[in-house]
Design a protein around this ligand. Sequence first.
Ligand code: NDP
Length: 452
Amino acid sequence: MSFDYDLFVIGGGSGGVRAARVASSETGIRVGLAEMDRYGGTCVIRGCVPKKLMVFASDVAHSLPEAEGYGWTFTEARFDWSVFYQKLTQELDRLEAVYRDLLKRAGVRTFDARAKIVEAHTVELSSGERITAKIILVAVGGMPTLPVLEGIEHTITSNEMFHFEDLPGSILIVGGGYIASEFSGIMNGLGVKTTQIYRGEQILRGFDNEARDLVAGEMVKRGVNLLCGVNVEKIKKTPKGLLVTDTNSTTHLYDAVMYATGRSANTKNLIDASVGVGLGAKGEIIVDKYSQSTVPSIFALGDVTDRVNLTPVAIHEAMAFIATVFRGQPTPVDHGLIPTAIFTQPEMGAIGLSEEEAASRGPIEVYAANFRAMRQSFAGSDDKSLLKLVVCANSRKVLGIHIVAPQAGEMIQLLGIAVKMGATKEDFDRTMAVHPTIAEELVTMREPTRKT
Ligand code: NDP
């Protein structure tokens, strides 16, 4: 049977673009790609990239007092959202053009349309065109999910956070995960009166307790009104703003309410049931370790498969998919020991097991340094940093590293290599310190803080 394309990709985000581009330029096959929205996907258009730029913008609020501690004076410091927003819009336009150009130069034929899989080898575009392909790759990502709640229609999600015409005077951010906690820091830094509400005991569930306690404490010190152990009950729109009633029956008015209560796979109306692609309970496409769905000609990767929902993971999955399908080298994706950064303010970096998880598996030693770093100390700030190693008492391997410090994301990227290689505490010990740095603590902690 002959097909229009060897590979047809649905979704022009990080994973889809990487797969299409590399497959076309490096294996010489015929590749098509459909994207119904902007090229670049969640990460570039409404996620990591604009979020990080907003972190940079908002973090200046914290750097200014520090600068004063070093002898600088400012007559007036004022943030102008409209200036930033205009630059942000231009930057996203530029990046989208880069993505389109990458595909074009790689020889990928693109379709600005919604695609639906109607048969094992056939997609139907919103234009009505039908396209056949030997392999179909689904990389459509995910979208924010909202709970069912009175007044939920008045709220916004992370998608809208990059498009304020004017910043709200006050905002309630609901959730305790990556997105809620990162946006709390951003909004607070930009001068918006920020409240974060989380139903659990402490935000950033699943991360190391000591690290998340420190992040939460520092966020509060910087001005975030963090409410844990309570949830939103209902929301009412009033002429004065959004009136939120919480589960303690307390009411508060906010100019905006943002929900960051998780994301789900974008599979609604994506695949005809007759095709037989297996979906999980949350609508995610079920795939094997080679990203192959239950239908042999259909593969899926990235957030739509709900494995580890991070851009670099989708890109890894794309490269492994190409090796497996088009280079004849079956390549499973290793989802173990993924370093991650949470761009809260302060920033957090983590890899491997939290102290609590590790302790539940066997005897461990914990090496932790919780201190005021030189830069902050001199400036008169009482910001704290935490560097923490979780070590297996038997094998001596470093099982987890947890950092709360400026540039924690940069540190954890590099430490990820050592941990992935199976470094032991003694490997850290025989590494010379770089002085004076915050990170040097990682190789100078001699005595365990605790053994469990
Ligand atoms: P998460 O799954 O991380 O967090 C969802 C949060 O919402 C949790 O705190 C959860 O509470 C809470 N929640 C869920 N349902 C409700 C409800 N009905 N009412 C109130 N609270 C609720 O999702 P995010 O949306 O924050 O992020 C999605 C994914 O995006 C992340 O898992 C991550 O992979 C990725 N991401 C990564 C970033 C990075 O690498 N820096 C940045 C941003 C996103 P509970 O804990 O009780 O379940």
